[in-house]
Ligand binder design. Structure first.
Ligand code: AN0
Ligand code: CP
Length: 308
């Protein structure tokens, strides 16, 4: 695998999901010995940062981590006249960084103001164009493939055949990216599953992501008899990056979960308790197993990238 930025980069999705479950709990410190993983963060992270670092260490790799932000700003605009805050252009930084490492991993959230730039993945493409080594997405403007691979492996691991999966929007006080839900939908097309998507009017996703899902504004209809409830907030695509007023009653609670087929509640985390879902729902969910699987997804992907 030459890079890992979307499901389209994966030659065989089922095999990769199986790989994740096969290597779960194992280490191979010889595999990546003398290799380096560099992670560049434009945005904060707990799970992606720690699980990918742990995965690299399980393969015997060493890890360098850089946070772009205060004191170290990178210019991302092609052709910019750099007389502002940023002291270095991303094309120079990435070229140099990739000469020190074997895999270059980047997290960069969307602007949520410029839909064209976000959905063109302008920043990720600039990184890929300047990198001399495989690029690993730690969540980009429109996708979060490491999260999605983890989610698919967690669903397959449950052993439930032909599950009904209800992907539901939930309220949140902030404007969040669409990356997690876009990516989940894209990957779940590769499962033998009945995928439903439910959200209030105004939260429609970009059409290419929803093609294989049954879409409804009726949350209870989507949750009915579901084996999995995949919950996530996202900001509007049509009113780009905005949070629309109302819909606080879309929070997932035990009454809603009781309509499912003993459905397992999933969320990528971080989660706002008692806004997105109640304490009772989160406390009886599989979110921690899901988060723990992040290590094995990252380890399987790093192995594929090192083989490239
Ligand atoms: C981010 C998001 O919604 O994309 C990261 C999730 C993995 N969530 C928040 O910033 C709360
Ligand atoms: N789920 C996830 O990617 O979490 P972080 O933002 O903490 O990495």
């Amino acid at each position: 695998m030459k890079q890992f930025t979307s499901v389209a980069d994966v030659p065989n999705v089922s095999n990769l999901i199986e790989d994740v479950l096969r290597i779960k709990g194992t280490q191979d410190r010889e595999f990546g010995k003398h290799k380096n993983l560099t992670m560049l963060f434009f945005n904060p992270s707990l799970r992606t940062r720690m699980s990918t670092q742990k995965a690299a260490q399980n393969l015997g790799m060493d890890v360098s981590v850089l946070d772009s932000g205060q004191g170290w700003k990178l210019e991302t605009e092609p052709g910019a006249i750099m007389n502002g805050d940023a002291q270095e252009h991303i094309c120079d930084a990435i070229k140099v960084m990739s000469s020190y490492t074997d895999v270059l991993a980047v997290r960069s959230f969307p602007t949520l103001t410029d839909k064209e730039a976000d959905y063109n993945e302008t920043l990720l493409k600039a990184v890929i164009a300047s990198s001399q080594v495989p690029v690993l997405s730690l969540e980009s403007a429109t996708r979060h493939p490491l999260q999605s691979l983890t989610d698919m492996a967690t669903i397959v691991e449950s052993g439930i055949r032909k599950p009904k999966i209800a992907v539901t929007w939930a309220p949140h006080p902030k404007c969040l990216p669409q990356a997690v839900v876009n990516s989940f939908l894209e990957w779940s097309a590769f499962l033998d599953a009945d995928v439903w998507l439910t959200h209030p009017p105004g939260y429609e996703l970009d059409a290419p992501f929803t093609q294989h899902a049954t879409v409804t504004h009726n949350q209870l209809e989507a949750l009915e008899d579901a084996d999995f409830v995949y919950c996530k907030n996202w900001s509007s695509v049509t009113h780009y990056g905005q949070r629309l007023e109302g819909y606080d009653d879309w929070m997932v609670d035990t009454m809603k979960m009781s309509r499912t087929k003993q459905g397992k509640f999933m969320h990528c985390l971080p989660v706002r308790r008692n806004v997105v879902a109640t304490d009772a729902v989160i406390d009886s969910s599989i979110v921690y197993e899901q988060a723990a699987n992040r290590v094995w997804a990252a380890q399987a992907v790093l192995q594929q990238l090192l083989k490239a």
